[in-house]
Design a protein around this ligand. Structure first.
Ligand code: IPE
Ligand code: IPE
Ligand code: MG
Length: 241
C-alpha cells in the first residue's frame, strides 16, 4: 500500500527522467525497444498514484532533442510507441481525470503524432485531478532558445519592453509557462546528470538519483521518494530559521 503523503512541504510538482529502458532490455537479452515498451507501461501506475501522494503536476521526459542521435530503428520505434501510447492511454487518462500537455518542439515530429498530441490535449483539457506533462523532442537549451526567439519578436513588434525583461518574464515564454517549477526531479538508472531537462525550471529543485531502471519503477518506490522529500531542508539561498 502507498503511504499517504501529508505534503507539509507542499510538493506539488514532480518531474521524472525515465532512464534505463535500454539497459533493462539488454539485461534480458532483448532489443532496446522491448525496454521502451515496458517503460511506457509503467507510466499509468505512476500517474494514477499522484492524487494519493498530493502531487498535482507530474512531468516526464520521454524523448530529448539529443535522442535523434540514436539509430533510425530505435527513433522510429519510439515515435510509433508514442502514438500507440496515446491511442491506448486516452481512455484511462480521461477516467483518472488527468489533463495532458506536451512540451518540446513539435516542428520535427511526424504530423500524425502531432495530431494525436493535440487531440489528447484537447480531450483532457477540462480535467483537474492531475496535470501530466510529457516532454517529447524536448531540450532545456532548445526551449530557452525558442523562448528567446519569441521574446525578440515581441520586442520587435513593440509588445515587450526590453527594459522590463526580468526573471519573471522568461518563464512566461518557456513551454512550461503554465506549470509551477518542480520541487523534485527524479532520475532512474543510476546516472547522476540532468541531460538537458528543465534547465531553467529546476534551478532550486531537489534531485533524487536512484539505481532502479525505469521499467522496474513502481508507485511504491515513487511514494517512498516523495515521502523522503519531506525531510529535506530547502533554503533557497537563505538560512534556516
Ligand atoms: C530512456 O531509456 C528512454 C529514452 C531516452 C527514450 P534509455 O533508452 O536511455 O535507456 P538506457 O539509458 O540506454 O539504458
Ligand atoms: C535522458 O536520457 C532523456 C530521456 C530520459 C528521455 P538519455 O539516456 O538520453 O540521457 P544520456 O544520454 O544518458 O545523457
Ligand atoms: Mg539513457
Amino acid at each position: 500500500m502507498l503511504v499517504p503523503n501529508t505534503n507539509d512541504k507542499n510538493l506539488e510538482h514532480v518531474a521524472i527522467i525515465m532512464d534505463g529502458n535500454g539497459r533493462w532490455a539488454e539485461n534480458k537479452g532483448r532489443p532496446r525497444l522491448f525496454g521502451h515498451q515496458a517503460g511506457a507501461r509503467r507510466v499509468r501506475e505512476i500517474v494514477e498514484s499522484c492524487p494519493d501522494l498530493g502531487i498535482k503536476y507530474l512531468t516526464i521526459f520521454a524523448f530529448s532533442t539529443e535522442n535523434w542521435k540514436r539509430t533510425q530503428i530505435e527513433v522510429s520505434g519510439l515515435m510509433k510507441l508514442f502514438k500507440r501510447y496515446i491511442y491506448k492511454e486516452t481512455k484511462p487518462l480521461i477516467d483518472a481525470g488527468v489533463r495532458v500537455r506536451f512540451i518540446g518542439d513539435r516542428v520535427r515530429l511526424e504530423e500524425s503524432l502531432v495530431k494525436l498530441m493535440d487531440q489528447l490535449e484537447n480531450l483532457t483539457k477540462g480535467n483537474t485531478e492531475v496535470n501530466l506533462t510529457i516532454a517529447i523532442n524536448y531540450g532545456g537549451r532548445d526551449e530557452v532558445a525558442r523562448a528567446a526567439k519569441r521574446m525578440a519578436r515581441d520586442v520587435q513588434s513593440g509588445d515587450l519592453n526590453v527594459e522590463k525583461i526580468n526573471e519573471e518574464t522568461i518563464p512566461r515564454y518557456l513551454d512550461t509557462h503554465v506549470l509551477p517549477d518542480p520541487g523534485l526531479v527524479i532520475r532512474t538508472s543510476g546516472e547522476a546528470r540532468i541531460s538537458n531537462f528543465l534547465l531553467w525550471q529546476s534551478a532550486y529543485s531537489e534531485y533524487e538519483f536512484i539505481d532502479t531502471l525505469w521499467p522496474d519503477f513502481t508507485a511504491e518506490i515513487f511514494s517512498s521518494i516523495v515521502n523522503e522529500f519531506e525531510n529535506r531542508e530547502r533554503r533557497f539561498g537563505g538560512i534556516l530559521k
